[in-house]
Write a new protein. Structure first.
Length: 69
């Protein structure tokens, strides 16, 4: 049999909910970094665009079909 005179343990008070924001995404961090380093980011973007275009052009040039004349 259980003793009804033993006091019940008090339940802990619920913790107040704190709004925890998730860590920023990699895209947000990259955009923030690009804004902070404006000229350097634009230079690197331009160099990447020119390099990629050059690679595509060379692939198209060397892979062109040779048609008989």
């Amino acid at each position: 049999m259980t003793d009804s005179t033993t006091p019940l343990e008090p339940s802990p008070a619920p913790a107040p909910e704190v709004a925890v924001s998730p860590p920023p995404s990699f895209v947000k961090l990259a955009m923030r970094n690009m804004v902070r380093k404006g000229r350097q980011s634009l230079l690197h973007f331009g160099l990447t665009a020119v390099g990629f275009s050059t690679v595509l052009f060379l692939l198209a040039w060397f892979g062109r079909p040779s048609l008989p004349q």
